[in-house]
Design a protein around this ligand. Structure first.
Ligand code: PA5
Length: 427
């Protein structure tokens, strides 16, 4: 389903030395005995989620669209309660198409952003899906208060019950008080699945289903990866191979940053999702690789100079789609003033592929930058589910290689608490 090419890292031959460490880590994951193991419920979630839940998600969306004539969903959530859905929708539907019918709020504290959403919603029939595991994160809480008030003014109190969906913890958090009081439809975020692993639960599935993504196929992709990535043997498990390679580049080659590279705007939010996954999982106790991201060829015309010739503290992990997504071709022009007729009949995606080849060669050979290539054929549901799960296994293994708990995020909580305190101080 996905391929891992480690040829351009020049460290693949060192991997086998880590087999015994991987044996231990594998056992710890399977037996659920490692640090943070109570947050491992994502591991076989795709086999546990019930048809009843999937049907309920699809039923609610059908109901919103057909009975309530809803054309736009305002999804309120941040971090793990936002990035998976946004990444998934852009990946499958394409960024420009995706931006229209799903609007994400609660992802910042910018008044201007609120205003723009309000303007966009003016002529739409819209509903709200509010997502927060803790139910107390300030950004989505403020957005929920603001936009539910706006919706109530538009449709009236009685209609709100049909138009608000809540995705939150089974029992904890203030959103449950809203569900109890107003009888809003609710989907549960399982206790043992943290925010950054929750894209495969209702958190990601509900918004994606509204956008027309086939969520059953997403879960099939997750199941396939769960099945394929079960081996403790490095030679048979590409998620462990990837984890060990980035560990060697970090520890032995002393690199401090991993840059996720894509060649499509549609994968930009997948990169943002990856940054959260790796930063929150690895960045603690003074350890971890700083995850970063660049979109080529756009960023080759800005940061490209630094990447090629600047201080070498990083390696690149390319996420590359092999198949050509569109048939858009370069056409013949009779005057040929731009001297491009030699490209007549070539697709834009073909040119993109030549760019990848040229960039990897320039960076590896001239820049001495290790390059990992993770490639896949299609930007479809099966691939996305597979990719997500591949990265879940890889990041868990990476965390355990670094001897940290990959599942908590104490640093995020510090900021959240400070913000809450500051807002309560009377000035
Ligand atoms: O990974 C995390 O825990 C965070 O990034 C959360 O996903 C984010 O802060 C949102 O939290 P919540 O879903 O509780 O509102």
């Amino acid at each position: 389903m996905i391929k891992l090419n480690l040829k351009y890292t020049k460290v693949a031959h060192k991997m086998q030395k880590y087999q015994s460490q991987i044996d231990n880590i594998h056992q710890v994951i399977i037996d659920r005995t490692g640090e943070g193991n109570e947050m491992l419920d994502w591991y076989d979630w795709a086999n546990k989620i019930t048809d009843t839940e999937i049907n309920a998600i699809n039923f609610k969306i059908k109901n919103l669209k057909t009975i309530n004539k809803i054309d736009t969903l305002l999804v309120i959530g941040i971090g793990g309660s936002y990035l998976g859905a946004k990444a998934g929708i852009d990946f499958i539907k394409g960024k420009m198409r995706a931006d229209d019918k799903i609007i994400f709020a609660g992802i910042n504290l910018s008044g201007s952003y609120y205003k723009q959403i309000e303007e966009k919603l003016k002529n739409r029939n819209w509903a709200i899906c509010v997502i927060s595991k803790s139910g107390k994160t300030i950004e989505p809480a403020i957005a929920f208060r603001y936009f539910s008030d706006l919706l109530e003014k538009k449709v009236g109190k009685a209609k709100m019950k049909d138009l608000i969906t809540v995705i939150t913890d089974q029992k904890k958090g203030l959103l449950n008080d809203f569900v109890d009081k107003y009888n809003y439809q609710k989907f549960v975020i399982p206790d043992g699945i943290g925010g950054r692993f929750s894209a495969i639960t209702a958190v990601g599935l509900f918004p994606m289903a509204f956008a027309g993504v086939d969520i059953i196929k997403i879960l099939n992709g997750v199941r396939k990866a769960n099945n394929d990535l079960k081996s403790n043997k490095l030679k048979d498990n590409i998620a462990y191979q990837y984890a060990v390679t980035r560990y060697i580049l970090h520890k032995k080659n002393k690199l401090t940053s991993e840059i996720f590279i894509t060649y499509s705007e549609d994968f930009l939010m997948l990169q943002e999702w990856l940054k959260q996954l790796f930063a929150e999982s690895e960045g603690k106790k003074g350890k971890g690789l700083l995850p970063n991201s660049l979109t080529y060829t756009r960023d080759l015309h800005s940061l490209g100079q630094f990447i090629q010739e600047g201080k070498k503290t990083f390696f690149e992990t390319n996420i590359w789609q092999e198949s050509e997504e569109s048939e858009i071709k370069i056409l013949k022009n009779d005057l040929d003033l731009d001297n491009l007729n030699y490209l007549e009949g070539k697709t834009i995606d073909y040119v993109n592929k030549q760019a990848l080849k040229g960039v990897v060669k320039a960076h590896v050979e001239n820049g001495n930058i290790a390059n990992i290539i993770i490639s896949f054929k299609r930007n479809d549901e099966l691939t996305l589910g597979y990719l997500w799960y591949f990265f879940f296994i890889a990041v868990t293994c990476s965390g355990y290689l670094l001897k940290i708990n990959p599942f908590n995020q104490p640093g995020v909580e510090i900021y959240k608490n400070n913000l809450n305190k500051n807002l309560r101080i009377k000035k």
